[in-house]
Design a protein around this ligand. Structure first.
Ligand SMILES: *Cc1c(COP(=O)(O)O)cnc(C)c1O
Length: 462
């Protein structure tokens, strides 16, 4: 299996190289040269199997010869052993034709654990074999950072630096990043918003001298391996509801477009997905782009669903690449316009391709709170604000096929909004009940590339 860049000029890599590098050297994102497919019979044969077995069947063709079958099965087993639910991604019914896919039973209570725990195991295996070290730098709106730190804390071959927007993550998110005691963990509070964090991260990758000298590795959702891990639960959920013998739709609370893009890969692999519905908060660039064709950045608004407070959706580049017939020249032109003019208009043909697959909706703060309250009253289920945005958009777009809404975080990760809506204070699971008693350790950093590079060089030299 070979991986090519959406911008067409970076070297073609194998799975391991694409995983360890993250962003392509031409600024693009790696995608498989071709998407492997599973036949109707192969998908049907997965019904009733464990999460781990389905994960193996779905991901194996993408991994190539990076791992043997036995190694890969062991990696998967270790990755999901720390989840607190044996189904890993259980489904809960909300209404006659509406189901919630609970993706928050991992160690840091958000869906990011599905990919990050797997990547942690894969990195460890590869780096031990190669005898090398890497410096992982990640940008986070809250959940990626905590999941990455949890996955990489204490690993010998890795230093992990996480940039998060100062004052814009929830207390639980921040504490999950700042309380681990391992020396290889560095939580950095950046003066700016998430887009600033993501922009500085991209700058570091595009500074090839820096990138090579610190052996920079990226674990943001630009990393193909993360997208791949997320393809699995589209299969487990759809199989539980009768696929491949019927069509299933999914609604996905969306920020960086990684999670929903994984759904489009599942569909390309042969899973009968009818619609993928993008749910956004008031930071609605994706909803506007799909509605009008104009992908134009706007000011970022802080919301009660901070993990979706994003304007530049990195993984949308992969969707644009697919929709434009995998044309890197077209992608480069759009990304150039995004840099120079803050946006671009999607040409009619790719827009039609995108609209055939993706629907979208946008939810206000008041509607988010009302949905948390309503679902609690009618089902007893407490939703985090991100999941509530998904549920609201899904309810507005129910069709005849079963709808699955992805519940992306545990309500206890965002207790303020949940309490405001319902009067209930969702408790943290027992295994992290002492989170607020632990000592925090973090460093304030300016929104400045060279200051960040100096700090990283100093820390890894220690
Ligand atoms: C990251 C995150 C999202 C957005 O996912 P993307 O893959 O960036 O679109 C939504 N909800 C929660 C809770 C998250 O942590």
């Amino acid at each position: 299996m070979k991986y090519v860049s959406t911008r067409g000029t970076a070297p073609v890599l194998n799975f391991e190289q694409a995983m360890l590098s993250g962003l392509a050297r031409d600024g693009g994102l790696y995608v498989p040269e071709t998407i492997p497919t599973l036949s109707h019979a192969q998908i049907a044969a997965l019904a009733g199997k464990s999460y781990e077995d389905i994960a193996f069947a779905v991901m194996r063709p993408f991994v190539g010869d990076t791992f043997t079958d036995d190694e890969f099965a062991a990696i998967i087993a270790r990755a999901y052993a720390g989840f607190s639910h044996t189904a890993r991604a259980p489904l809960v019914q909300l209404g006659p034709n509406h189901h919630l896919l609970e993706l928050f039973h991992g160690p840091t209570l958000a869906f990011k654990d599905f990919a990050m725990q797997l990547i942690g195991q894969m990195f460890q295996h590869s780096l031990a074999r190669q005898g090398t070290r890497v410096t992982i730098v990640g940008a986070t709106s809250g959940d990626t950072g905590s999941a990455a730190i949890e996955a990489f804390r204490g690993l010998d071959a890795v230093d992990v630096f996480i940039l998060f927007p100062k004052g814009r993550v929830s207390d639980v998110q921040r504490r999950q990043m700042t309380t681990p005691i391992e020396k290889n963990v560095h939580a950095l509070a950046l003066e700016g918003d998430f887009d600033d964090c993501q922009a500085r991260l991209k700058d570091m990758f595009n500074d090839l001298e820096f990138r090579d000298s610190v052996r920079l590795a990226g674990v943001n959702s630009i990393n193909w391996a993360r997208v791949l891990a997320q393809v699995v639960y589209y299969f487990t959920a759809a199989l539980s509801l009768g696929a491949p013998h019927r069509q299933i739709s999914f609604t996905v609370p969306t920020g960086n477009f990684g999670d929903i893009y994984a759904g489009s890969i599942a569909r390309q692999m042969g899973l009968p997905i009818e619609r993928l519905v993008v749910a956004t908060n008031q930071n609605d660039i994706l909803h506007r782009a799909l509605s009008t064709g104009a992908y134009v950045t706007d000011a970022l608004h802080a919301s009660i669903s901070p993990s979706m407070d994003i304007q530049v959706s990195s993984n949308f580049e992969r969707a644009l690449f697919d929709a434009s017939g995998r044309d890197p020249v077209a992608v480069c032109a759009m990304m150039q316009a995004l840099r120079d003019q803050r946006g671009f208009t999607i040409a009619p043909e790719p827009l039609a391709v995108l609209r055939a697959l993706y629907a979208s909706g946008r939810v206000s703060e008041a509607e988010t709170l009302a949905t948390i309250r309503d679902i609690y009253d009618t089902t007893g289920e407490l939703l985090c604000p991100h999941s509530a945005i998904g549920v609201k958009v899904a309810e507005d777009s129910l069709g005849r096929e079963p709808m699955v809404t992805l519940a992306t975080a545990h309500p206890a990760k965002f207790p303020t909004a949940v309490a405001q809506a319902t009067g209930q204070h969702p408790p943290l699971p027992a295994r992290m009940a002492d989170l607020f008693d632990r000592t925090e350790r973090m460093r304030d950093v300016p929104n400045d590339l060279s200051a960040l590079q100096t700090l990283i060089r100093e820390r890894i030299a220690l």
